[in-house]
Design a protein around this ligand. Structure first.
Ligand code: CMC
Length: 429
């Protein structure tokens, strides 16, 4: 890392602040000494200009629409590898050899079952509970079952917890779905690949043979790869912040799931499909475009825009292709939702409002249509995102815990409340 430096002067105090360069991407100004030297904090709500950590895992160039994991473009990983290969890459930093990959696949497949008492835990939820609510609780509860992998200072326990989480998330997600529809849980089948196993746990029933459709399994595997990591987004930052306190990894991932649920983040795939259904027909699109542009209307075009991408989201391009492959495989020729989506995309890409603000379709725009065609209910969309993102969260958490300079995350504030005042007895207020 090359070091430049810059001076910052406030009043009569000048602070020398090192400028650090990464391998690619913008430089950062190290402001760590600023407060001691000047008595001032920096102010950047929403982290618009603030790098909260140093990381070697994922790089995004939002202007060029580039996403790299450990240096490898997402397009190449999605086309040539499978999801567990990307998991290995994120966790270990390098692509696996054939022997390493076989061992990793075997290890993950041997952790797919959850403790049998977890089934009783599910029964505490209402049947109509949102599966994301169930996931926040169930994943947090894993810490109560796997005490032998909660010592964050032991690298072996950290790796076991990582394998456990990658392996058990699909099982818990499928259980959340089965509980919701009132069907018996389907145990994992470890000779199936990751995506096929998940499809089977979701859609098989004990009274019939279930045959995995390889085209759908490959599409789902690619969807998982597309969602595997995305550097310091809101849920990953939540995982890092929770982890910085020394909390156990299961609790940290549960915190990440909670942050992912919001409609501005992972919840967008569900809300986006609801929006397409509400629009319903192509002739109603202008009304919704007008609403999206109206400053007095809180409505936004879901599946459009991104904090970092100011160009096409590279994941959206692959998702678009995957969507068409799935619809073709299932023989869905005339999906009115797809017509609405394609026309909405066309109009938005030519509309000055969206051009000026660089609002392009993001990964969530086409994922909902694809997952719906596969048979997943809308409430499961964000759960699938969580299944895939677990590896990113855990890789980022592992990187942070392994960093000897790691400190508890503790942002400062600009206080705008009342200055000190004395308590007033109730009768005198
Ligand atoms: N529809 C209409 N206008 C929008 C949209 C949208 N989807 N997104 C941003 N804008 C406008 C916004 O009103 C603002 O306009 P102005 O400058 O006139 O005030 C301008 O674009 C900049 O918006 P911002 O809110 O400052 O941008 P942000 O970086 O804080 O927000 C975002 C990013 C993703 C939260 C936002 O674009 C959004 O709400 N999109 C819809 C939700 C969505 O699809 N989220 C999924 C993100 S991708 C999956 C993931 O990684 O989680």
């Amino acid at each position: 890392m090359s070091a430049k430096s810059g001076n910052f002067t406030i009043g009569d105090v000048t602070v020398d602040m090192p400028v650090k360069s990464g391998t690619i991407g913008p430089d950062v100004i190290d402001i760590g000494k600023l407060y001691n030297a000047t008595g001032c904090f920096t102010f950047d709500p929403g982290f618009l200009s603030t790098a909260a950590c140093e990381s070697k895992i994922t790089y995004i160039d939002g202007d060029e629409g580039v996403l790299l994991h450990r240096g490898y473009p997402i397009e190449q990983l999605a086309d040539h590898g499978d999801f567990l290969e990307t998991c290995y890459l994120l966790l270990h930093g390098e692509l696996p050899t054939a022997a390493e990959k076989a061992k990793f696949d075997h290890t993950v497949s041997r952790h797919t079952m959850v403790h049998d008492q977890m089934t009783r835990f599910f029964q505490g939820f209402r049947r109509d509970a949102h599966p994301m609510a169930v996931m926040v609780g169930a994943v947090g509860a894993l810490a109560a079952f796997y005490h032998d992998s909660t010592d964050i200072n032991d690298p072996t326990q950290r790796m076991i917890a990582s394998h456990r989480m990658i392996a058990k998330m699909p099982t818990l997600a499928a259980m959340a779905y089965k509980y919701n529809v009132g069907q018996p849980f389907v145990y994992p089948k470890n000779d199936l690949d990751y995506a096929s196993n998940f499809l089977r746990m979701c859609f098989a029933v004990p009274c019939e043979e279930y045959k995995v459709n390889p085209v759908l399994a490959r599409a789902l595997d690619r969807i998982f790869t597309l969602h595997a990591d995305h550097e310091q987004n809101a849920s990953t930052s939540t995982v890092r912040l929770a982890g910085s306190t020394g909390a156990n990894p299961f609790a940290c991932i549960a915190a990440g799931i909670a942050a992912l649920w919001g409609p501005a983040h992972g919840g967008a795939n569900e809300i986006c499909l609801r929006m397409l259904m509400e629009i319903g027909t192509v002739d109603r699109i202008p009304e919704f475009i007008a609403r999206a542009k109206d400053k007095n209307d809180p409505f936004r075009l879901m599946g459009f825009g991104h904090r970092v991408y100011k160009n096409f989201d590279p994941r959206a391009k692959i998702m678009h292709k995957t969507c068409h492959e799935v619809l073709a495989e299932l023989g869905i020729k005339d999906d009115p939702l797809l017509d609405v989506a394609m026309e909405l995309e066309r109009i938005a890409l030519h509309d000055q409002y969206f051009i000026d603000r660089q609002l392009y379709p993001n990964v969530d725009f086409y994922s909902g249509i694809t997952l719906k065609a596969m048979g997943f209910p809308m409430t499961m969309f964000t759960v699938l995102f969580a299944v895939a993102r677990t590896v990113g969260w855990i890789a980022q958490w592992t990187e942070m815990i392994g960093d000897p300079g790691q400190k508890i995350g503790r942002p400062r504030q600009l206080y705008t409340g009342s200055p000190r005042r004395d308590y007033m007895p109730m009768g005198k207020r």
